[in-house]
Write a protein of this length. Sequence first.
Length: 364
Amino acid sequence: MRSIWNGNISFGLVSIPIKIYPATEDHSISFRQIHTRDNGRIRYRKVCELEDKQVESSEIGRAYEDADGALVPITEEDLAALPLPTTHTLEIEAFISASEIDPLQMGDAYYLGTSGAAGAKPYTLLREALKRSEKVAIAKYAHRGRERLGMLRVVGDTIALHRLLWPDEVREPAGVAPKEKVTVKPAELDLADTLMETLGEVDLNDLRDDYHEALEELVAAKVSGATPTAEPGERPAGAQVVDLMAALKESVRSAKEARGEGAGEAAEAPAGEAGEEAEATVHELRGRKKAPAKKAASAKKAPAAEKKTAAKRGGTKTAKTAKAAEEQPAGKAAGKKQTGTKKAAAKKTTAKKQTGKRGTRTAS
């Protein structure tokens, strides 16, 4: 591992010679820019605007651009004259609890190693002192042309350095939070707690960068001349206004299924929600127009009253007819049916005779 900084830790009158090593690495795949027409490399050349020609790195210096666009040269001698005592020293300023540091200030991480055998004893002393006090050290050091703030803590048998932003480098979150007044119901909080408990904890070592792995497979396939077979991932749906309670219940149910706690188990409803459906679905909320109070009330009462009356009449009639049919003997009912048929036939014959007589009179 290559060191990026050499110097000393200043711990009171104790000086510890150290080297700084990067503690993290970015596993992203780097690409080169090419000309899509012929795959030629695209490179950047440093060109002087006044002479319109390329210049070497040794000829390039620094300058500050003011509000008017004028360039003010800043030489290496100017920078060297600045009072920067932490140029090669990591000065410990204080020891505090790690909880006092805002996570927003946390930056890059580095490992501190000893530089030579002479630094082993004071290095171990500082490490054990940090362990026993359960505190972290706050230090100042210079790196890449500026003074920085750092936090020293113990990681295994090593001292780690975390770069910290200066407090005034952290922006205030003004205007970022929702401006609308929202009330969260206790039932919604209960469901959120249930969802958090169902999802449980995770071992960070089990998490993988799926996109990076897929990208590596794509590059390997391209290098070998094979045709990539990766299917495009699903695009996230746009934001929707949903029923929050239903969404929480569905989330709890899905989380339980994923953990194998019973596919058919629905999320337990909190107190006061027992009467609701066990399995809720997420749906969009649609605005409903409410009718005037009086009209809506009368409209509800009228159909209800009509249905009630009709049902009462029909029910009574049907009940009476059915009762009469049950009480009447089968033979008697058949006799009545035949008598009714004979009477109808007699009426028909009488009507025909009367019609014939009228026709005869009209002809004469």
